[in-house]
Write a protein that binds this ligand. Structure first.
Ligand SMILES: Cc1ncc(COP(=O)(O)O)c(C=O)c1O
Length: 457
């Protein structure tokens, strides 16, 4: 059959392009409300940032109405190396000359190369990789592997953790959302308070826990920095009680902390390392669970134990491999540390003039800013949106703003961002105590009777 589909191609691409001719931004929002995300469109309007991302380049995005925004959200690090990074586009273009998704039942040299690189770069002795198409799925694989390895079902996670929204990863996160979908499993997924070594010991001491699943710096609650002893002590307890340590580095991996992996800062060698988001280069979905022999033993025994049609798509492998080269180089990690010091100094300077900014939480370029207002993070997201920065508040603690610059920013970009931040601060600090709209409540910013304060933002 030889049909010329080029008219369809043109029509599809024209309909999706910006500026959204004939439709306009309101038209796109209305269509999204009709077919995709009705509740969310409404909520984004109420919060004051009904954005539709149009053009995107480097560390900038443009709303379809033309508003320029410096991207300090980066979708949790998906755009660590920038939007539409030219080298990523180059390698994808080359890959598309010869590859497609591939057949996940068979080996491929592109997949092997990526897995070998992950094994070489991962902390400790993590030799085997299961490639997936999302961080949630990689966490599911990590949980299943730890259960297989230990013959135990229980998983311990922090009460402030977010690990995705698939079945197992969702049950390991906040209870409210899991319960909402009747997917919570309170007897198998135990939550312990962040930074509490004693609580961790109590949870593990019965010797019936398969794994502790830890975000190295918990993102969704606004990047509170773990106490120096917290992660090492947790690892020690895991060894004592035969529990596996799963490091969820979906947000903290790939150089953001000034180390290739966040756990390196605390000298922790996990049994399983979970990577996602940035591994995609912002272009092609890719995530991974990288495991030691103990966790990955089922790969010998049960060859089809976990399969995923799109996991480890061959088109994504060369990209992920290039991302690893870029993020692990000494030049990149030195640069991240330099930029972290520069932007950290600028933030302290701003804080000296604005007590509204009560806390700067910084681990490299992983940054959370806490404000003297229970919904200060939400107010700052809006004020920044009005002043040319896109940064997202923390879903689990709306007093905090996640402030996540990219790995390759320079001083000029930082100076501009700090100026925009201070302008936004001046505006937001005058609204303390003002809820702005009835929907701005720290306990229930989603304004949804059933779900409460539990979004994975
Ligand atoms: C720490 C962490 N783990 C896991 C996930 C889930 O990743 P994905 O959305 O790719 O399923 C996220 C996503 O935000 C995350 O921040």
């Amino acid at each position: 059959m030889a049909v010329d589909w080029s008219k369809n191609i043109d029509a599809i691409m024209t309909a999706g392009r910006w500026p959204a001719e004939g439709v306009g931004k309101d038209g796109i929002l209305a269509a999204a409300a009709e077919y995709l995300i009705p509740g969310r469109v409404e909520k984004l309007k109420n919060l004051g940032f009904p954005m539709v991302v149009g053009r995107r380049e480097g560390y900038y995005i443009w709303d379809v109405d033309g508003r320029e925004l410096m991207d300090f959200h980066l979708n949790g690090g998906t755009y660590n190396i920038g939007h539409r990074n030219p080298q990523v586009i180059e390698i994808l273009t080359k890959a598309m000359e010869v590859l497609d998704i591939g057949n996940h039942h068979f080996p491929s040299m592109f997949r092997v190369d990526l897995a070998k690189k992950l094994a070489r770069l991962a902390p400790g002795n993590l030799q085997y990789t299961v490639l997936t198409s999302s961080g949630s799925e990689a966490n599911d694989v990590a949980i299943k592997s730890s259960r297989w390895a230990t013959g135990r079902r229980k998983i311990v996670a922090m009460d402030v953790g977010y690990h995705g929204r698939t079945g197992l990863s969702g049950a390991a996160g906040d209870d409210e959302t899991a319960r909402y979908f009747l997917s919570d499993e309170p007897s198998n997924f135990l939550k312990v308070p962040f930074n509490d070594n004693a609580a961790m010991e109590v949870a593990l001491s019965k010797g019936d826990v398969a794994a502790v699943l830890m975000e190295t710096v918990p993102a969704t609650c606004g990047f509170p920095v773990p106490d120096p002893s917290y992660l090492p002590r947790t690892k020690q307890l895991c060894e004592t009680y035969g529990t596996l340590y799963i490091a969820d580095e979906v947000q903290t991996g790939l150089g953001r902390t000034g180390h290739l992996w966040g756990v390196e800062k605390w000298g922790v060698e996990p049994d399983i390392l979970v990577v996602g988001k940035g591994l995609s280069g912002g272009i092609y979905p890719m995530a991974a669970a990288v495991m030691n022999e103990r966790a990955a033993g089922w790969l010998h025994e049960n060859p089809w134990g976990h399969v995923s049609t799109f996991g480890g798509s061959e088109l994504g492998c060369p990209i992920a491999s290039l991302v690893l080269d870029m993020c692990s180089s000494d030049e990149t990690l030195d640069h991240v540390r330099d930029m972290a010091a520069f932007i950290g100094g600028g933030l302290l300077d701003i804080q000296s003039r604005h007590p509204f900014l009560t806390e700067i939480r910084q681990t490299g370029l992983v940054i959370g800013l806490k404000f003297d207002d229970p919904v200060g993070g939400i107010k700052m997201s809006k004020a920044l949106y009005e002043n040319g920065i896109w940064a997202m508040f923390s879903g689990f603690d709306p007093s905090v703003l996640q402030f996540k610059p990219g790995l390759f920013i320079d001083k000029k970009y930082c100076v501009e961002a700090l100026e925009r931040l201070e302008r936004a601060l001046r505006y937001a600090e005058n609204t303390v105590g003002d809820k702005g709209s009835s929907t701005l409540s720290p306990d229930n910013w989603q304004n949804n009777q059933s779900t409460g304060n539990s979004n994975g933002i």
